[in-house]
Design a protein around this ligand. Structure first.
Ligand code: NAD
Length: 348
């Protein structure tokens, strides 16, 4: 689609059962124009301190005709907590938020998950717009409606499904994103390629590629999967490839290692587990290392047993088995119920 000011925008239509929304993807999207249909509604822009520092004046300039209020949280996974949830809720209530207002999540996956959970629960639901600013949020967390916060027992254990009414994915935000955060986001792109799109892996192998195209392909993987299975009864579980070990590593290190890096180590372990169980083609691990090393993602090093205990709290745990996503080949994920013993076997 050609934007009215000559700016190229891809309009991706998402349909979750009867609910439809657009993801607008492009560079330098005219925010004022795309938010114009909501001009009569008050906007609560939830963001973090880093984004507020970079984009306060950008938003003030672009949204000067709008009635909006900033709600700023700390920039870290620790903001996905009961404390920040309560603090954001209290701020919105102090401003007498109504159901006609809109919550805008402007930030990475942390802001998206927190603001999404707030919008799902405050007044039993206020509309949500996602404006993802990190690569990870653009290709993954802003799509599909999963929102939530962490608990002392594990990551994302309290949450809700809340579909946004619009996602505005503007790659101009990536200009201020630190390189390490870009690499972090590439872990989810790599995962999308591994579970569903060989062409995306081919693109990642190139030294120079079109970032908008890469984001588009990754969004399409996520969109197609969540449309098939919005509430994670089957296909959506494939998106958890690498996440079972990944979440456990993340929690064991008190969220000091980035989500994408933990997912990369988790994919390494899931491939090793698949090979151990004779489900995964062993060549896949070599191919995986070639790509993850090129991107700059870490391999798993250390003692696996440290992380197995934590997996018991994972949501994919049922009747003493852990439902692991393994890969047979690129594009062929499977869900395997695995006993804790097999996991301890792997660590020997
Ligand atoms: N809901 C889902 O479906 C889903 C999917 C994947 C991951 N997640 C969640 O996403 C979170 C990770 O997201 P993340 O990696 O975006 O982390 P993040 O939100 O913490 O962002 C990473 C860092 O980058 C900064 N940042 C973001 N955009 C920026 C920009 N444009 N310019 C400068 N700095 C910028 C942030 O301030 C932060 O310091 C985890 O909590 C994970 O569980 C959710």
């Amino acid at each position: 689609m050609q934007g009215r000011r000559g700016i190229y925008i891809k309009q991706i239509k998402v349909k979750i059962k009867d609910f439809k929304y657009d993801i607008l993807l492009g560079e330098n999207i005219n925010l004022k124009e795309v938010l114009n249909p909501f001009i009569s509604r008050r906007l609560f822009i939830i963001t973090d301190k880093n984004l507020y520092h970079y984009y306060e004046s950008y938003l003030n300039n672009h949204l000067n005709d709008f009635n909006f209020i900033f709600v700023v949280v700390e920039p870290s996974e620790h903001s996905k907590s009961f404390e920040s949830y309560e603090s954001v809720i209290n701020t919105l209530l102090q401003h007498h938020i109504s159901r006609n207002d809109l919550i805008v999540a402007l930030g990475g996956g942390v802001v998206g998950d927190l603001a999404g959970f707030v919008s799902a629960t405050i007044l039993r639901g206020v509309d949500l717009i996602q404006i993802p600013t990190s690569l990870l949020a653009m290709v993954d967390s802003s799509i599909g409606g999963k929102t939530g916060i962490d608990t002392t027992y594990g990551k994302n254990l309290v949450g809700a499904f809340k579909q946004p009414i619009l996602v505005v994915t503007d790659t101009h935000f990536l200009k201020t994103l630190p390189k390490v955060e870009f690499i972090n986001g590439l872990a989810e792109v790599l995962k999308a390629g591994l579970i569903r799109d060989k062409a995306l892996l081919e693109l990642l192998k190139q030294d120079h590629y079109d970032v908008v195209e890469m984001i588009y392909k990754a969004i399409m993987v996520k969109k197609e999967i969540v449309e098939l299975d919005p509430f994670e009864s089957h296909e959506r579980m494939f998106l958890n490839f690498g996440h079972t070990f990944g979440h456990s590593i993340e929690q064991a290190h008190h969220y000091e290692i980035k989500h994408g890096f933990c997912v990369a180590m988790g994919m390494d372990l899931a491939l090793q587990l698949g090979i151990h169980l004779k489900e995964t083609n062993p060549n896949l691990l070599t191919e995986y290392y070639q790509l993850s090393d090129k991107i700059g993602l870490p391999r798993f090093e250390g003692n696996k047993t440290n992380y197995i205990e934590q997996i018991k709290y994972d949501k994919k745990h049922k009747n003493g088995k852990i439902y692991f996503v393994l890969l047979k080949e690129v594009g062929q994920p499977i869900i395997c119920p695995i006993s804790e013993e097999s996991l301890y076997d792997l660590s020997n």
